[in-house]
Design a protein around this ligand. Structure first.
Ligand code: A2P
Length: 270
């Protein structure tokens, strides 16, 4: 007799009140990073930049972690960009998913990295490290971002060049996209840097802001609360240090209930 398919085993145990979606594609970038796409439930609404609780059945119990939705609000599928932690409660299992497998998602998305939490401005900076690029992968594919801002600057800092590939692929996809390429035009600037290898741009984004190299390379003036808005997504330390620099430049932190000049969110870990 054949062993039951994995999904049949899952099917009987799926908890109430969550979506059970089907994995459509998985792409591994390095031994630490991968992305996957899955079906989007009919009726599931979110704003580009928000996160959802993503989970798997591990034995009898569902295990969930917060994941930024990397696909834009208009996309028919959902995309996620994930780290692989060898003994992570969720990612040690999630990294093994294949097309056809079932992934759980709680029904209510939330988050602060949304356009609604920012006051109007000219230039939007998105500061990310590692998987912190995920919410921005959503926002840079949303036409509304380009309706609201004249210039969109995506910085992505990783330890190694191989870890930047997701971001490069994303920008390439936008440039070749049938309707997004026209909407985006020359408004999107991608600024990738690495900290532990040689590359065209090296160093932590905080250092590149402090020494002015980021602004010189981009040909833009230093941060100005009149014109510039920011979104930050990375580790706790990265958030703290980047936030301090934005505050030093006179920008204040906003929220959904009180829009201001910048917003922050911790990138998914484990
Ligand atoms: P570094 O190599 O100097 O630690 P991680 O994989 O540890 O999350 O790091 C992702 C990237 O974020 C790395 O390039 C790392 O640089 C950088 N980074 C780590 N901490 C900070 C911080 N406090 N401010 C800015 N960048 C940081």
């Amino acid at each position: 007799m054949n062993a039951p398919a994995k999904n049949e085993e899952f099917a009987v145990k799926i908890p109430d009140g969550v979506y059970a979606e089907t994995v459509l594609a998985v792409e591994h970038y390095t031994d630490r990073l991968f992305r996957f796409r899955m079906t989007r439930p009919a009726g599931f609404r979110f704003r580009s930049g928000e996160f959802a609780m993503i989970g798997l059945m591990v034995g009898e119990k569902p295990v969930y972690r917060a994941y930024s939705i990397a696909s834009p609000a208009w996309d028919e599928e959902l995309e996620f960009f994930s780290i692989k932690v060898p003994d992570g409660p969720l990612t040690s299992h999630l990294q093994a998913i294949k097309p056809g497998d079932t992934v759980l998602m709680r029904k209510k998305p939330t988050g602060t990295l949304v356009l609604d939490a920012l006051t109007p401005g000219k230039r939007l900076y998105m500061f990310s490290t590692g998987t912190g690029i995920a919410p921005f992968a959503s926002l840079i594919r949303d036409p509304e971002t380009y309706e609201k801002f004249d210039e969109v600057i995506l910085t992505h800092t990783c330890r190694e060049v191989a870890e930047l590939k997701y971001g490069f692929d994303l920008v390439e996809e936008i440039r070749n996209h049938e309707f997004l390429s026209e909407i985006v035009g020359t408004k999107l600037k991608h600024y990738p840097t690495v900290t532990r290898e040689d590359f065209s741009h090296t160093g932590r984004i905080t250092d590149l802001m402090e020494n002015g190299k980021l602004f010189a390379d981009l040909g833009v003036p230093p941060l100005d609360p009149q014109t510039d808005r920011g979104m930050i997504c990375g580790s706790s330390e990265m958030l703290k240090d980047t936030k301090a620099l934005l505050e030093k430049a006179g920008l204040t932190e906003g929220a959904n209930s009180k829009p201001a000049e910048f917003v922050i969110e911790r990138a998914f870990v484990g």
